[in-house]
Design a protein around this ligand. Structure first.
Ligand code: CU
Length: 226
């Protein structure tokens, strides 16, 4: 069962992806027995208490079964609070744990209809054709949209991370890359706009390539303006 659920996930190529996949798995496993219980009780009630043929009498008047209602309320509330704390709050703190660390690579991202632009301010690289990142590195994305443009959303499925690109605002997203990969072998290595932004929203994407550090340095040397 666990193995089956694990296999539904696309490649997880960042530290953050593991945290998010774990949260997804825990919530799914918790939801299965509850969903099953609700469906079984509903099915039972529909069959057991259905109107018999030729019976046009009103149903018996039923008052609230307080013990059941209270018990259901207490258990579901407790479970909700539990998942808000873990994996919710604890997972969020874990994902944001890097925000005060010094990033290995900083990328300024700008969204506009219907293209993403990437600038590596410390490396003097500006590019739109692809997003290249070194593996095992803390990458900090500073994301915005052109002032006269609409909302976009910067999403990389292989990293499981997504944040809005808002005109006039800079949003930040940290990703620690853990796996080498590229779009040509796995479509999850792509930046995809995830906020409906007009006619070409669906094709507002960029190929992502996560490479060894040497290869990244060579790529920077080739594309640097200085
Ligand atoms: Cu968009």
């Amino acid at each position: 069962m666990l193995i089956l659920l694990w296999n539904i996930f696309p490649v997880a190529a960042s530290r953050e992806a593991d945290i998010i996949d774990e949260a997804f798995l825990i919530l799914t496993i918790l939801a299965i027995p509850i969903m099953a219980l609700v469906v079984v009780i509903m099915g039972y009630s529909v069959l057991k208490f259905r109107r018999s043929e030729g019976d046009f009498e009103d149903a018996e008047y039923v008052t609230t079964h307080k013990t059941w209602v209270h018990s259901w309320l207490i258990w579901t509330t407790a479970l909700c609070i539990a998942v808000i704390i873990f994996p919710g709050w604890i997972g969020l703190v874990d994902i944001r744990a890097t925000q005060n660390d010094v990033a290995d690579v900083t990328v300024d991202v700008t969204g506009q209809q219907w293209v993403w632009t990437y600038e590596y301010p410390d490396l003097d690289v500006s590019i739109i054709s692809e997003l290249v990142l070194p593996v095992d590195s803390l990458v900090r994305f500073n994301i915005t949209a052109r002032p006269d443009d609409v909302l976009h959303s910067f999403w990389i499925p292989a990293f499981r991370m997504k944040i809005d690109a808002v005109p006039g605002l800079i949003t930040k997203m940290d990703v620690t890359t853990t796996e080498i990969g590229e779009f040509n072998h796995d479509q999850n290595f792509r930046v995809q706009c995830a906020e409906l932004c007009g006619l070409n929203h669906a094709i507002m994407f960029t190929r992502v390539r996560v490479v060894e550090k040497d290869e990244f340095d060579a790529w920077v040397a080739e594309h640097s303006a200085s």
